[in-house]
Design a protein around this ligand. Structure first.
Ligand SMILES: [Zn+2]
Length: 254
């Protein structure tokens, strides 16, 4: 059997009415030209001063609705994007997060409020995107109770099911050619340098047919628990991540 070529998903984080409009607009031509169906990770009630770049634009919500109607998947990107908790996350990318470590009731309350805000704007959030990859088993329980059964996170090469949740891993922060698997490329439209944007443009042009959507990933993936081989890949990636964090803390004394 010929192995299936790699599939790519694009994910844009930190979308909110006060993000840098000009920086976000740089990505739209490629999305439209190639019919990309990205994950749009929207912050329901942004309070993060770093993401208050422009005056809130009135057409933000209609634009998100239009993009969802064209096949994008709306992600719930936390609640207020204020990362003040030092709880331990299932993925140790950062020391502080918005959700990890908080009581499950609080997490559920925030998730419910966030979903309510996005739905109030006519969106249908279907996937959880944790700010700073910060979430724990209480987050997963709260998500299940609120009817959200998918997250965009994890380090395996293929989507899988764990703790009653479908994980679509997010492993890349820029375009990178792969030979197989499902790879989510995360972009922060607010801060992505022009060089990254140009790289992405070339990559999307070359690999347009390999870009997929959340719905296609779900339809085409076996979605069981990870086999031993993939669990080892995941464990090795997690170990590399922990080592990097230790080195970073040692150097920067964070
Ligand atoms: Zn974020």
């Amino acid at each position: 059997m010929i192995p299936k070529p790699a599939q790519y998903l694009l994910r844009f984080d930190d979308l909110c009415p006060s993000m840098s409009r000009n920086r976000w607009l740089r990505f739209l031509p490629q999305i439209l030209e190639f019919g990309i169906q990205p994950i749009l990770a929207v912050i329901p009630d942004n309070q993060d001063p770093e993401l208050q770049v422009d005056d809130p634009v009135p057409d933000f919500w209609p634009q998100m609705r239009t993009m969802e109607a064209a096949g994008a998947t709306i992600g719930l990107h936390g609640y207020r994007h204020l990362c003040a908790s030092e709880g331990t996350s299932l993925l140790p990318f950062h020391r502080i997060s918005e959700f990890a470590g908080l009581p499950e009731e609080t997490q559920r309350e925030w998730i419910s409020a966030g979903l309510g805000i996005l739905r109030g704007h006519g969106l249908n959030p279907r996937i959880w995107v944790a700010p700073r990859h910060g979430f724990d088993s209480a987050t997963l329980r709260a998500l299940r109770k609120e009817g959200i059964g998918m997250i965009s996170d994890g380090l395996a090469r293929v989507p899988f099911t764990r703790s009653g949740i479908t994980w679509i891993p997010q492993q890349l922060w820029g375009p990178l050619e792969k030979t197989g698997g499902v790879w989510t490329i995360l972009l922060h439209a607010n801060t992505a340098p022009d060089s990254l944007m140009r790289e992405l443009e070339i990559f999307v042009r070359q690999h347009a047919a390999q870009f997929t959507s959340v719905d296609r990933v779900i339809a085409e993936s076996p979605l069981g628990q990870l086999g031993l081989g993939e669990r080892l890949v995941e464990a090795a990636a997690l170990l590399r991540l922990k080592q990097r964090q230790i080195v970073k803390r040692f150097i920067y004394r964070t």
